[in-house]
Design a binder for this molecule. Structure first.
Ligand code: ADP
Length: 539
């Protein structure tokens, strides 16, 4: 073999922060603080603080490879942890603030976190378990309210440590294969599992996100990450935006529709990313009290399926382009994006919305296939449903401290996503369900996702979840759980509406009204809970 003669330049995250310092020193990062005021500083300031953080971590006894956790909203401090911890050779472990005490304790112990950075307003969520943790020895507090006390042992204050630290620091991430981040899956389908990213995989993922075929932020963008930093690395936006010097806007704890609408209008946000629940809430807010959100070029949505009706409504009512993306914690997370392609230029609006409601094409860097129950490759004809399997530069090859098993990885080392999908001849993927959520009625599959999307597009429906319930005759039957928009719904009318698209056997056996659909820690409908409610006779 004749080897190429190019530099072996490591893919480590310090490259991003050094580039930002030189190329975008005056561009800014803005954070809406807990008290509602804005904090703003430049990438040059950001770089300086990350260097200080390196010294802070060293003083705390953090060694390369140690796991250092964060328990925080989206803000500039959390961005500092995103860079500072990995650039000090350690692993930033983003804890989901919405987990139960039990899950939180399990994850912290499993990860063996050594230090935990905790935001003041979230202290009450972690204080009760602090003395039960096996390894966490130190807590570092920030954004504490005036006079707020803390019962955590070994706690210090971030700003005190930073004030005492020098900004002279040499990066300690000297190998691209070093672990840099740890994120546990949100547990929609089982106990959380850890995904351990390397510098190399995260750098390649960042380049992946920067492709125009993916999200492609540029220096001119103003990016609002509504997706929490503890949800799959905020979908890679912080690293991608910092590399190109885009303005970053962080909402802090202000995630309700009204402050988000104000933020988008006031900051002239161009890219905003969040789960469908967030954009559903924002839509209804904007209908009630209009704001100018025309600055948005990409309203990025993923995490669960964005209903076609909402994609249509945003474009029709506000002229806003929705970019539907699919990903997984195990994929760092970007997998596919549904941007229109050249061949879609002549489609009418209905046809365009049909395309945008799909999960889209796999971005360069991600390889995919669909297989049947026996693992046999299935055709890409837009109709055949199979399990989606992926591999690529930023796909997990193993869960943290879990032996690989056939449940998650195939013998030829593809990752089993657990999503049931079709892929058409042009590579456009549509998720029909998660394997665990499909309704199997009389040997036929019913897609809970398709039913939900159709229901939510009905004017009487605010939220809808469809679950499989056991049935003696058919095995399973669909049950629809609804939140009606004005408290009213007419089952006959809904059935008639569903029959426009689906065969009769797809009709839910019943519609049950609830005040709110339970959500997981990252805002997805929690069908595990709904199934449990049903089993307990609560529905
Ligand atoms: P969890 O597995 O705990 O839900 P993740 O946030 O990693 O945590 O979820 C990944 C899953 O979310 C995917 O396997 C898929 O089922 C679902 N998902 C993500 N994006 C979309 C989307 N655009 N449409 C439908 N489902 C999606």
């Amino acid at each position: 073999m004749l080897s190429g003669l190019m530099m072996d330049y490591p893919l480590t995250l310090n490259t991003i922060i050094e580039h930002a310092r030189r190329m975008s020193p005056r561009k800014t990062i803005k954070t809406k603080q807990p008290d509602g005021s804005w904090h703003e500083y430049s990438y040059a300031d950001f770089h300086r603080r990350i260097k200080k953080l390196g010294n802070v971590l060293e003083a705390l006894g953090v060694e390369p490879g140690d796991r250092v956790a964060t328990f925080a909203w989206n803000n500039y401090q959390h961005l500092e942890f995103y860079f500072g911890i990995p650039c000090a050779g350690a692993v930033v472990h983003t804890l989901n603030i919405r987990l139960s005490h039990e899950q939180l304790k399990f994850i912290i112990d499993h990860a063996e976190d050594k230090v935990i950075f905790v935001e003041g307003s979230l202290l009450p969520l972690i204080e009760p378990i602090a003395d039960q943790l096996n390894t966490a020895q130190r807590f570092v507090l920030f954004n504490m309210a005036e006079g707020q006390s803390c019962s955590l042992p070994n706690a210090s204050h971030y700003e005190d440590l930073m004030a005492a630290a020098s900004d002279d620091y040499e990066w300690r991430c000297n190998d691209e294969n070093m672990a840099m981040g740890l994120c546990y899956t949100s547990g929609t389908t089982g106990m959380p599992k850890g995904v351990l990213y390397s510098h190399r995989s995260m750098m390649l993922h960042t380049l992946g996100v920067l492709q125009a075929a993916a999200l492609g932020p540029t220096e001119a963008d103003v990016a609002l990450a509504v997706v929490p930093q503890f949800h799959a690395m905020a979908w890679g936006l912080p690293y991608a935006c910092a590399w190109v010097g885009a303005t970053i806007v962080m909402p802090g704890p202000h995630l309700q529709p009204a402050p988000l609408a104000d933020m988008i209008e006031d900051e002239r946000v161009t890219i905003a990313a969040g789960v469908p629940t967030i954009w559903n809430g924002l839509y209804h807010e904007l209908r009630q009290k209009p704001r100018d959100i025309s600055s948005i070029t990409q309203l990025v949505v993923g995490g669960s399926a964005m209903p076609r009706g909402l994609i249509e409504a945003y474009e029709r009512d506000f002229g806003v382009n929705v970019v539907h993306a699919w990903g997984m914690t195990e994929m760092s997370p970007i997998g596919s994006v549904a941007k229109l392609q050249a061949r879609h230029a002549d489609l009418d609006v209905q046809g365009r919305w049909d395309i945008k409601a799909k999960q889209g094409y796999f971005v360069p860097g991600v390889d995919a296939r669909i297989v049947d129950d026996e693992g046999v490759d299935l055709p890409w004809d837009g109709e055949t449903m199979g399990e989606l399997q992926v591999r690529g530069y930023w796909v997990a090859g193993q869960y943290y401290k879990i032996e690989n098993s056939q449940e998650h990885f195939t013998d030829d080392l593809w990752f089993r996503t657990g999503d049931v999908v079709t892929i058409d001849e042009d590579g456009f993927m549509t998720i029909t369900d998660r394997t665990k959520d499909l309704v199997k009625s009389g040997g036929e599959w019913i897609s809970s996702v398709d039913l939900e999307n159709m229901l939510i597009s009905h004017p009487d429906v605010l939220e809808a979840a469809v679950i499989a319930v056991p049935d003696e005759r058919w095995g399973e039957r669909p049950l629809a759980v609804l939140v009606p928009l004005d408290g009213e719904h007419d089952p006959q009318a809904l059935n008639k509406y569903l029959l426009e698209r689906f065969p009769k056997f797809w009709l839910p056996d019943a519609y049950v009204v609830v005040d709110e659909i339970p959500k997981t820690g990252v805002g997805k409908m929690d069908k595990k809970v709904l199934r449990q409610w049903h089993a307990d006779g609560k529905l």
